[in-house]
Ligand binder design. Structure first.
Ligand SMILES: *Cc1c(COP(=O)(O)O)cnc(C)c1O
Length: 369
């Protein structure tokens, strides 16, 4: 059997009948940047996330960059060292300094207790919690901390559209950034992103920042960006949004099958879902102990199964951030995770027998190792 890590063609085949006419519609209109399709999608995303506003931008990375600018952040921003590079890259490009706090090894998210206990960081203006793999960060203490210390919270929910925290949709509380990169749960057919917020003034600033800071056109009060969602992406995403909850349920069912089969296998740790969380499984990520991760990955590859490592090098050890002066050992949980995590195929269209094949292979690997 050959099981790809992600096969978007299976999904496209199912919705091609709806997608193709929508794309044709955009081609016929020849309106490609922002416009009605984008405005309509923004409304539907805001509704979906229980937020007042949604602002479409060019990518999830830009969503973070523009959010930092809209909130006027210019100093230190605390975030996780165990995330996709874009979180810290956007902080840097917003002329701020990334300031890392270690993660919890069970959820791979920011260790909020540790953060709250130790929080007296000079010059810190904002925190970016990252809802990694599709599970929300524990937000109550973070929201409290933000009130106590007058900190802005900008959520990186690139992997977590549809996730919930104590019954609340991710994106319904603070300024929140989502990505429409094709491999995300709500992926476009190219780059794209969106920001949700309940704050009228922030929404207005974001709408200005994405068009070079102009309002009206050709009158610039701030220097912004060229960062717009395009109509082709909006057309595709609008169709896919209708199926998002159904696909999320399928991801959750796939995760359950994995959990059942893998909980008995010694040598790995299956994902932990915290109380009150709705996990949307952008990734199903296990931890492989005894330094066997790379060997297991190679074994799966040999047997036709795709897998991926998110992420192999903690951000505090990236060469481009050496100016921050961090060393090996500064964030031990993040470093352990980068050595041990392995993401398995979890996309909604996977078949049960495919998941069982993966489980059996992993069990077989650990019988001899
Ligand atoms: C994908 C991703 C981003 C960036 O989104 P793009 O649309 O690719 O720019 C940011 N943060 C996290 C955690 C991501 O997974």
């Amino acid at each position: 059997m050959k099981i790809p890590f992600l096969d978007l063609r299976r999904q496209y085949k199912q919705i091609k009948g709806e997608i193709d006419p929508e794309i044709q519609d955009v081609l016929d209109s020849q309106n490609f940047i922002l416009g009605d399709k984008v405005a309509e999608l923004e409304e539907n995303i805001a509704k979906y996330c229980d937020a007042k506003h949604a602002i479409g931008v060019a990518s999830g990375t830009d969503a973070i960059l523009l959010s930092l600018r809209a909130h006027g952040i210019s100093k230190k921003v605390t975030t996780s060292p165990f995330t996709f590079f874009a979180t810290a890259g956007a902080i840097y490009n917003a002329r701020c300094t990334p300031d890392f706090v270690d993660i919890d090894l069970e959820t791979y998210n920011l260790d909020v207790t540790d953060l709250t206990d130790r929080f007296n960081r000079e010059n810190t203006e904002a925190i970016i919690p990252v809802h990694l793999y599709g599970q929300s960060v524990e937000m109550d203490s973070l929201n409290e901390l933000s009130e106590d210390q007058d900190l802005v919270i900008i959520e990186d929910a690139a992997q977590a559209i549809g996730a919930e925290y104590n019954g609340k949709k991710v994106g319904s509380m603070n300024t929140t950034c989502f990505s429409f990169f094709p491999s995300k749960n709500l992926g476009g057919y190219g780059d794209g992103g969106v920001i949700t917020t309940n704050d009228d003034e922030i929404a207005d600033r974001l709408r200005t920042l994405r068009v070079h800071g102009s309002k009206p056109k050709y009158y610039h009060h701030v220097v912004g960006y060229n960062s717009r969602l395009d109509a082709l992406q909006a057309a595709v995403i609008a169709v896919k949004l209708k199926y998002l909850d159904e696909w999320t349920t399928k991801r959750q069912k796939n995760a359950e099958i994995y959990n059942k089969g893998l909980n008995e296998v010694n040598g790995i740790v299956t994902p932990k879902v915290d109380k009150g969380m709705k996990h949307v499984y952008n990734q199903y990520t296990i931890r492989v102990k005894n330094n066997l991760r790379d060997e297991l990955k190679a074994f799966l590859t040999e047997n036709g199964v795709g897998s991926a490592i998110y992420y192999p090098l903690s951000l505090h050890l990236q060469p481009c951030f050496s100016f921050l002066g961090h060393h090996q050992g500064d964030f031990p949980n993040s470093e352990t995770a980068s050595r041990e995590v392995l993401s398995l195929p979890i996309f909604p269209e996977l078949e049960k027998k495919e998941i069982e094949y993966v489980i059996n292979l992993i069990a077989e690997f650990f019988e001899v190792n």
